[in-house]
Design a protein around this ligand. Sequence first.
Ligand code: IPT
Length: 983
Amino acid sequence: MTDPSIRGPLSADPLIVLRPWEAPEVTSWGRLPMNAVDRRAGALSLDGDWRFQLLPAPSMEPGPEWSSSYVPGAWTMQGTDDLPQYTNFRMPWGEFPPASPAANPTGVYEREVDVPAEWAGRRIVLQVGAAESVLLVHVDGRAVGISKDSHLAAEFDLTDVVRPGTRARLRLTVVKWSDASHIEDQDQWWHGGITRSVLLYATEPLYLADVTVRTRLDGELRVDCQVRNASGGALPDGWYVTGELDGQLLAQDVEFDRINEEDGRVSDFLGEARLETVVRDVRAWTAETPELYGLTVRLHRADGSVADTSHHRVGFREVEIRGRDLLLNGERVYIRGVNRHDFHPLTGRTVSYEDMRADLTLLKRFGFNAIRTAHYPNDPSLLDLADELGFYVVDEANIEAHDHAHEIADDPRYTAAFVDRVARMVLRDKNHPCVIIWSLGNESDYGANHDAAAGWLRRHDPTRPLQYEGAAKLDWADPALASDIACPMYAPVEDCVAHALSGKQTKPLIQCEYSHAMGNSNGTLADHWAAIESTPGLQGGFIWEFWDHGILQRVNDGRPAGRGGAGLYDNGVTAPGHRWAYGGDFGETIHDGAFIADGVVFPDRTPKPVMYEHREIAAPVRLEYADGELRVTNRQHFRGLEWLAAEWSLALADDGTLTAPAELPDVRPGETASVPLPFELPEDGGEAWLTVRVTTAEDGAWAPRGTEVCVPQVRLRSAAAAPVPADGGPPVEVDDSGLLVHPLLTAAPVLSLWRAPTDNDELGGAAVRWRTWGLDTLVRKVVGVRRERGSVTVLAEYDTWAGVVRHEQVFTRVEGGVRVEETAELPDGLDDVARVGSVFETVAGLDVLEWYGQGPWESYPDRSAGAPVGHHSVPVDALFTPYLRPQESGGRHGVRHFTLSAPDATGLSVALDGPRQVSVTRYRAEDLTAAAHHDELVPRPGCVVHIDAAHRGLGTASCGPDTSPAYLIEPGTHSWSWTLRVL
Ligand code: IPT
């Protein structure tokens, strides 16, 4: 193993000579045990600019030339030549575990620290929040320690290597590739650097080494405190520990002390104390009611003065699996989850407290109540915020061996690393009420190393279930496997239902990943939830995922914009000269393209339309209307509706919208009440939709008063048959090629069977079929133009590789315009096309779309549960959703009529024969298909308008099931009609 290139003084450095980056058995050296004592307050922050050099390999010595790098941050985002690289699960290099490549970027960070003189006689500790992937620590040239695990902090005792009142030189060497990279093979960008804060703090030599909090729903609180003496001697006499919960003093458990003493269980260099109390009328913690109590634990000297203090926030809650139900405080709660990475478009993996608060605030506003920390323990503040705002967290260990999963799961050289990563996560996060389930990691096959980690975990924390998809997938029901939850990923909803009905289910079924949000996606989310709510045994899941991990990139030099890029994006759209980079955009040859852009929010956290779909599915209030009775249900688990305000509105097809104040009934969780109909329906017949717009009644932790929470809707009356427009109007003009001539159209309506493939279409295989059939390059052949009095009939044919498509259009002059009746006949071979409909283009200047139909946000046939029917108005430019890789976008479902108008109210109107899928954008499908990024798109001056008789569902086929057959387009005859008028 000895590298002949090692020369000079460093060759004597044990941290280098041992080549710990190729030794999986070495998980750390000189590192302090993980604990739950928060040392951030009162510490000396070492964040800021450090001297920096990037070496080509860890065995090289730094030269005299230094640049600088900001900590916390990834050097890959800060102007070095080592740029971000995206791979899903393949390793970016070929070495087999535990080897790493010879070309191994190694960042050397250096700075001086003035160690405060008043720290004399104290224990001095360095904490490095996270370093990717091996951290080597030197102080004044002396080797201090090693740590691995890129997503947990490492602490080192510097007491013996620094002198208070003097200046110390700190060197943190970060080796990018290592044996550990093989178990950090998560689907995300590869970076290098120190990505969380660095701090230095001091304690007395005698200090609180750990605090473990256990609560019960009846108000019982137990706090186990560990005291250690860093100087190695026995504990001095008379020192003691006290605790206080919101001002209420805890009692010492003397029985615990007595047993410890009698058993000689606790040696005299280790102190343990148990404090306890029972809180009367305890306010339980739930995601809906995140009630927290403040706990302070103090270590006292014999004279009563305080030597050390530790603050905690405590939530009283119990997690339990009973039968096949996961219970939170005895309730079978639905898990409305999302997978969340630590991500930021400017800083890579470094996320600020404010950013995390913004993430969670947004998730709350859109109805999420759970987070899986995919696929590693997230920044510690994330859990503080989840406690405070109310989320159920699946806390996941930093283990993903994806590319070499099978080799590693049973490799004894990696056993220590598996146990270490799981144990340190648990030791850090055990006191958070938000953490309800531990996860052993992701996509690493299943082996003895998992069982070793599970064994440690079950023994150490019997209060929470654990899950691991790799174990669960072998058999959803086998209790011997290292998973208490059946937590599949991307299982078809039918399979989940079948399991729940099989009589064999033994564990709660909560998908760890489902509904892949890549591009324009998340079709059938509402169908999943309909099944979950109607099938005992199904309890929810975690959407994949929160972020589109697009990195803000300057197009001219291909570099990440970095920390200076703030303000260069808005509403998902980047400033000129910038774009959201995905795999391959930094010149990587090994990469997985846009698969990194698969979140429910854009890289700047702008919600994608699916967020509104989710919000409605998760709505705390549900409306039902049947047999003349209107009912309101409280769909929460733990609280009433008093925190909500509401307003009724009635949308009428032709007569606009009426509103009236609403009073939500006083209904307990899960209960329903009848309420009087707030409006009398006008006699004249047409369609009528009743919506209740629910908002927050007061300012709250995650939303100011008046924030929209949901807009549930019911139909009170169906549409009457649309009247056939009367004859009249100017004559219809159709040219020799059978194309409609119209003053407001720059391209006449023709048949469209193609959409710019979505990521699901591309990766799921539909787009390949469409291209094979030739649907992207259809050539229209006019086979007949028949002119009659008042109407023209045009017959066109299109040759495809699956047979001929016949398309008939009948243009009839009607009062105020032209009526277009269309029929398309698809041969049997065309059994799954993207759309069947008309497409035309308008003159420039018609910049606002007003419609009656579903909206206002984008919706598609299998993603339309969250878009209420109503009268909507949106500027054309804002209709389009800028998915990172341009694709079909901007559709509106169930449109009955629309107008496209200029500021002077001129323009056109279209009345449809029934609810249809409509889209109005600045792009042809071919424009979108040809572009890889948004900066390549050139908006057309006019509008491209699609009216679809049928539009294929979106599905989730980029990873997981495609849409269900109900949302596919059948071959055969499709007919639709519409009337075009000039305003
Ligand atoms: C699954 C991974 O767990 C997740 O990290 C991500 O890659 C997701 O898929 C797709 O975006 S693994 C996949 C092989 C099912």
